[in-house]
Design a protein around this ligand. Structure first.
Ligand SMILES: CC(C)(COP(=O)(O)OP(=O)(O)OC[C@H]1O[C@@H](n2cnc3c(N)ncnc32)[C@H](O)[C@@H]1OP(=O)(O)O)[C@@H](O)C(=O)NCCC(=O)NCCS
Length: 140
């Protein structure tokens, strides 16, 4: 029912619109067309989108691989099409890509209090590591 394919520059506006209504959203830097275009140019396979037969973009997942670590970001499914297994499909697709590239471990950042997200990661075999905290410094 949903086609999974790499995002292209033509998807950028729809992606940003999806993330406004569907992505985990807490104090993250503002999205911009230029940033998303840069992601797609840097690795054209990193951002997978799910599209309805009518061409509506309803899901996304970014899988980042830098040759050392594998990270998943922006797992988002539009509220209209949730609970149909789409997040699971996006995740399986991204995991297969990362393993093919050489990953032996994959991580994801999940907000404390995001019960929905935590339920998904747990039921997909991910465990939280309470001994680690994320340290960040804004640059640029
Ligand atoms: C979390 C999210 C991606 C799930 O998308 P989805 O397509 O509805 O998920 P799926 O149908 O593939 O469900 C996969 C599993 O997630 C869990 N899950 C999904 N929705 C759930 C809900 N409403 N209540 C409890 N568990 C839920 C279940 O374990 C489910 O497996 P099951 O159907 O076998 O029980 C979607 O709700 C979303 O976009 N949420 C906002 C963004 C977000 O929090 N993303 C995760 C960032 S860490």
């Amino acid at each position: 029912m949903f086609e999974l394919r790499p995002a292209t520059a033509a998807d950028v506006d729809a992606l940003i619109a999806l993330w406004e209504v569907a992505a985990e959203n807490d104090a993250r830097p503002t999205d911009s067309v230029a940033k998303v275009e840069a992601l797609i140019a840097r690795d054209p396979d990193a951002c997978t989108v799910a599209v309805t037969p009518e061409g509506r973009l309803v899901g996304s997942l970014i899988s980042g691989w830098d040759g050392w670590r594998a990270h998943l970001y922006r797992l988002a499914v539009h509220p209209d099409v949730r609970r149909q297994g789409l997040a699971r499909r996006l995740l399986t697709h991204a995991e297969e890509r990362l393993v093919a590239l050489g990953a032996s471990r994959i991580d994801a950042m999940v907000l404390e209090g995001n019960d929905l997200g935590q339920s998904l990661w747990k039921s997909s075999g991910y465990e939280s590591q309470s001994e680690w905290r994320r340290w960040v410094r804004p640059v640029g």
